[in-house]
Design a protein around this ligand. Structure first.
Ligand SMILES: [Mg+2]
Length: 187
């Protein structure tokens, strides 16, 4: 845990200019949420494989399945592009959900969590495609987006993550604080 934190700080400093670009409104590689992503949008960026983070991107923290509007989006995108999920919290209930609903989606759990690039490197090997045709969608600069820099894939930053403050006030406040810090203090 502490090693991952130190690694994140060290690498975030190294890639601070690349990360800072994602904090700017003009950045073309950010969306408010997943539903903005269409096949045409992906094709414009040369993206052939889409990797999704779970918490904040598919659903709020701790949820076991995506939000209904995200599920609708998944049903469309699932038919047109290979999908992977790379979460730092690979709960068995989440894995089971995808196995049942989206059997062609690949669930990846790397031993070393993001920002270590291991999961993205594993996916790159599975696809046998150039790493820059793969994109990870993530709501965290110092975990997911940093991992994309280290693995030389594309990164799509979600600026308005899914959150349920009523259900999990402490967890959601903690992650909102982390997102604020990484946007305004670290990079
Ligand atoms: Mg997340």
């Amino acid at each position: 845990m502490i090693m991952r934190f130190l690694y994140a700080i060290h690498m975030a400093y190294h890639y601070r200019q690349a990360l800072r670009l994602y904090t700017q409104a003009a950045c073309r590689d950010r969306v408010t949420n997943l539903t903005e992503i269409t096949l045409a949008w992906l094709q414009q960026r040369g993206i052939e494989t889409l990797v999704l983070d779970f918490d904040g991107v598919l659903a709020e923290h701790g949820a076991t399945k995506p939000l209904p509007e995200i599920e609708t989006w998944l049903n469309h995108i699932y038919a047109v592009i290979p999908l992977y999920v790379l979460s730092n919290k690979p709960l068995p209930a989440r894995k089971l959900y995808f196995q049942t609903r989206y059997p062609n989606l690949t669930w990846v759990a790397a031993p070393r969590k993001k920002p270590y690039p291991d999961g993205l490197i594993q996916i790159t090997k599975l696809t046998s495609k150039p790493s820059n045709t793969i994109a990870l969608v993530d709501d965290r600069l110092l975990t997911g987006i940093l991992a994309t820099k280290l693995a030389n894939t594309q990164g799509i930053y979600v600026t308005h993550p899914c959150a349920n403050f009523k259900k999990r006030p402490l967890t959601e406040s903690f992650f909102a604080m982390l997102r604020f810090l990484e946007r305004w203090v670290f990079v």
